[in-house]
Unconditional design. Sequence first.
Length: 140
Amino acid sequence: MDIQNINRVPAFTTKDGSEIRELLAHRNSCLRNQTLAEARLPPGGATTPHRHVKTEEVYYILEGQATMRVGSELRQVGPGDAVAIPPGAIHQITNSGDSVLKFLCCCAPGYEHHDTVLEEPSLCHLKACDQEIIGGPNHS
């Protein structure tokens, strides 16, 4: 049985700029086809718009408030919200609150830097300034 505690897992910065603590992955457990990590972003912080060629991802918000972009859709998310991100979808999360944003990232297959493709904000077709933010925390 493999058990990792968040307080004993070292942090590192992913290719998209978020601070990650990889809880379970092939690097530290018996898992081979998925990863589970906790990510943190400071107030006003955002990941670089990016996509994963092979990996589908789930973000589960633990603490804080954020604006989530997947493709051309923009939504407000908060604690208890789970976001499905299909392979190939350009996505970005921005901490829109005044405290640290904490969320879980589950990737299948497991997270690898080489599967992450960074997008230029001006070319990613997210057009945040033209988007209406849909809903509020815990609204679809």
